[in-house]
Design a protein around this ligand. Structure first.
Ligand code: WQD
Length: 340
């Protein structure tokens, strides 16, 4: 059993990783300032795993809170989720992204060094590949950035690699593709503030009647049906990949890995799958492309299988079914004090 600190652990991927850690016999401790998560998620995680995980309420930029997390809990490793992650917002407000995502990661690494805790799983992203020209994408593909958000992620990957050359950090950088879906209990799931940018939560609100129709951002890409291709992965598969990553780090095995299914899915295919889960055709229209979108992003998942023994198990229908069950459960009462 290991006790793992999850920064941003009350968030979408963090909350699901609390469950996956418990299922693997580990314990989670959450560090979160709840700037992008509803406090009720902690009690709902507790209903899934038996008892709510301990929480340290604070930002990774709050040195006292981070030190308290290490002082009050015998931490064996850290999974670092806490970050701003909206591409468009990062273009409008890059300095806030540099401070929170880069300075925050440095502050966390310094607190780990002070506490002599070395295993660190870092939440990275496939957008570090920019607009690749070969598919599926291996970890050896050229990296770069097409937004301040992606700049912060590739920069933190490189900062942590340098820190590991000077101190015994053991780093696992996981490059997520497109996380979607929810835990089968429908007690936790994606809970975006306001109108969602991302495809699946947007379709979920259309299905709930909260939004009028899906706007398909362009059908003139050089893809089989003209719409964008992405590698959607069930959030519980992604959570389980974090547990395997931490287990490898606890054995001293560092890595940088794509976490995806290796299956490219188009917007129209996703629209069809979600309509199937809901039981009726969701209204949609085609509109011009969204600036900054790339035609295709899908992972070569071979290294994650080789290094961690990881491969995604849940298919597109499970992703849509679990998302649809979650949004109905949420509407039935998870937002006890709705801030928006
Ligand atoms: C998926 C596809 C859109 C909404 C982003 C971030 C990435 C990561 C995941 C943080 C694309 C199309 C979408 C809509 C649409 N976030 N779409 N109508 O852009 O692949 O990745 O979220 O780590 O960093 O860039 O995800 O869900 O926004 O878009 O047609 O209303 O759906 O064009 O082809 P994306 P997405």
């Amino acid at each position: 059993m290991a006790r793992i600190l999850l920064t941003g652990g009350a968030g979408y991927i963090g909350s699901h990783t609390c469950v996956a850690l418990h299922e693997a016999g580990h314990e989670a401790v959450i560090l979160d300032d709840f700037s992008n998560a509803d406090e009720s998620v902690v009690e709902r995680i507790g209903r899934i795993i038996g008892a709510p995980p301990p929480v340290v309420n604070g930002s990774i930029l709050d040195g006292e809170a981070v030190r308290r997390a290490f002082a009050e809990h015998a931490i064996d490793g850290v999974i670092h989720f806490a970050a701003f992650k909206a591409v468009g917002e990062s273009v409008a407000n890059p300095l806030a992204y540099f401070e929170n995502n880069i300075a925050g990661s440095i502050a966390l690494a310094r607190a780990m060094r002070e506490a002599q805790v070395w295993p660190l799983v870092f939440s990275s992203t496939a957008t570090v590949y920019g607009e690749p020209d070969a598919f599926p994408i291996p970890e050896t593909a050229p990296t770069g950035y097409t937004s301040p958000y992606a700049f912060t992620k590739i920069t933190v990957e490189q900062i942590l690699a340098q820190a590991a050359a000077a101190d015994p950090f053991v780093i696992g950088a996981l490059r997520y593709f497109n996380p979607v879906g929810a835990h089968e209990s429908a007690l936790i799931g994606e809970d975006p503030r306001g109108i969602p940018d991302n495809l699946m939560p947007y379709m979920a609100k259309v299905a709930m009647g909260e939004l009028e129709q899906l706007s398909v951002f362009g059908d003139d890409y050089d893809t089989p049906d003209g719409t964008g291709l992405r590698d959607y992965i069930h959030v519980m598969d992604l959570a389980e990949a974090h547990v395997l990553s931490m287990n490898a780090l606890l054995e001293g095995r560092a890595h940088t890995l794509n976490i995806g299914t290796g299956i490219p899915t188009s917007v129209l295919q996703m629209h069809e799958a979600y309509s199937r889960a809901v039981g009726r055709e969701l209204p949609m229209r085609v509109v011009p492309r969204r600036p900054g979108d790339v035609p295709r992003l899908d992972a070569d998942p071979a290294r994650a299988l080789e290094v961690l023994g990881f491969e995604a198990k849940r298919d597109l229908d499970a992703m849509c079914r679990d998302s649809w069950r979650w949004v109905r459960a949420q509407a039935a009462g998870w937002r006890l004090n709705d801030p928006s």
